[in-house]
Design a protein around this ligand. Structure first.
Ligand SMILES: [Zn+2]
Length: 324
């Protein structure tokens, strides 16, 4: 913290259907929510989107009593060369240099990151992994992504894609071991991914991915919560789906341990509410690690989805202190 640090930040979480702004007052690592507003996401018109954000930020400035820096979290990837938004589920933003346009429209610093990175940062500072030297926040929801934090700071990497584990491809050795362990009667199909590549992990371990695994094993089209309920009621296919899903996820998180060796992993997204994952994942990860490597604690989120705007505000502060 420096003497010139602002006494507040706005965090904006942009989703496909809603935009939420939370204004935080505070210095150092303490952030106190003072204002919150939620609006519908403008569909396709970028000018309308900019106006909506200007309105939100103007009202938040008044509530906070200062022109605060803005952090924004949104789904998708930003082209590191052009700053343009790629593969967003907000059509108005696709192909737009969102950070640049907002910096001009709001006349202040704007930090931008993806929703998974904001989630990780929120859980690293004041969240479930607070005080851990390193942590990984792994979102498993409609997609799969994440963020890696060191000493409470988000590590973004050269392209800003550090932590995009959902787009690792399923490894051949893992496919072979599933067959050997009789998790599946036949190899998993190699599925196309919206990112343009094939066989990405998120197609198998996300919420929709778990449903796909269930269908592959002969079950019906069910939500993850329904699959867990069926397993409890004695469905052998549902039990197998959960075991296969935990093994795939366990392999991915074990690979993460061998790459980044985080002191804790915090789960986020819809599947973080499935209690069995906290029981099954450590054993599943251990199967894919060699002896002597400790499995880090797998923790439920403190803020969860509500942490998106908070993480975005923390990202604004991180960017400002990086450049000060
Ligand atoms: Zn992909």
């Amino acid at each position: 913290m420096t003497n010139s640090e602002p006494r507040g930040y706005h965090g904006i979480d942009i989703g496909g259907t809603k935009i939420e702004l939370v204004a935080f007052a505070g210095e150092g690592r303490e952030l106190k929510e003072v204002h919150r507003e939620r609006i519908a996401t403008p569909g396709t018109d970028f000018a309308e989107f900019l106006l909506a954000i200007q309105g939100l930020v103007g009202r938040a400035d008044k509530a906070l009593g200062l022109r605060a820096p803005v952090g924004i979290g949104l789904p998708g990837v930003i082209d590191s060369a052009t700053g343009r938004q790629l593969s967003s589920n907000v059509p108005a933003l696709n192909g737009r240099a969102v950070a640049h346009a907002l910096k001009d429209a709001l006349e202040r610093p704007v930090a931008i990151g993806n929703d998974c990175q904001c989630f990780a940062l929120s859980e690293a500072q004041g969240g479930a992994a607070h005080g851990q030297p390193t942590m990984f926040g792994a979102i498993i929801g409609t997609g799969a992504g994440g963020g890696y934090c060191v000493d409470g700071r988000l590590l973004r990497g050269a392209n800003g894609v550090a932590g995009e584990w959902g787009h690792w491809p399923l490894p051949a050795a893992q496919l072979a071991s599933q067959l050997a362990m009789q998790f599946t009667p036949a190899p998993l199909p190699v599925l196309d991914c919206p990112c343009g590549r094939r066989g990405c992990l998120e197609r198998y371990v996300s919420g929709p991915g778990m449903s796909r695994l269930h269908q592959h094993l002969g079950g019906g089209d069910q939500t993850p919560a329904a699959i867990v309920a069926q397993a409890r009621a004695g469905s052998a296919i549902a039990v197998k789906t959960m075991a296969l899903h935990a093994d795939l996820l366990g392999h991915a998180l074990a690979t993460l341990v061998l790459t980044l060796d985080p002191h804790a992993i915090v789960l986020g997204g819809g599947l973080s509410q499935l209690a069995h994952l906290y029981d099954q994942l450590p054993a599943a990860m251990r199967r894919h690690l060699f002896p002597g490597v400790r499995v880090p604690p797998i923790l439920p989120p403190k803020f969860g989805d509500a942490g998106g705007a908070r993480g975005a505000a923390l990202l604004a502060r991180q960017q400002l202190t990086d450049h000060s």
